[in-house]
Design a protein. Sequence first.
Length: 168
Amino acid sequence: MNRRIAALAFALSGVLGIVMPVSPIIAQPAVQGAAMELPVDAAPLTFEANGETAAFEVEIADTPERRARGLMFRTDLPEDRGMLFVFNETRQVSFWMQNTPLPLDLVFIGEDGVVIDVPPGEPFSTASIDPGEASRFVLELHEGTAEKVGMAAGTRLNHPAIDAVADQ
């Protein structure tokens, strides 16, 4: 019964754009302790700040399974790397930090490639994190990184996955 409920909840989360397990009781047994590290994309994510080009390596979370797992259980992430969540459409998305031990910046990005908001993600929190408006992409970085490199609301980010949508 719990597996059927979990499968239905997972399917609905993809439809509704919610990237979080339904319940710790249901979700944890299937994913407990299993960190996911995706290959680094060949193209860096770049943007202009203070007259210079900044770049990050990114792992791409572009399937429901990859988006649902994200950086859960990861205890390390290089300072120059992030995870770029790519959604098939622009919609309301919400994240939580359950099972995520790293403090993060969650960079919500519109379909135009422009940063909407950069709220922090507190490790292990089940509080919902969202910008209050529709997003097409979300970039997760170490907490404080966005501010340190000048990435804020209004910054245009560049990556082939973003540019393919923003440049249409």
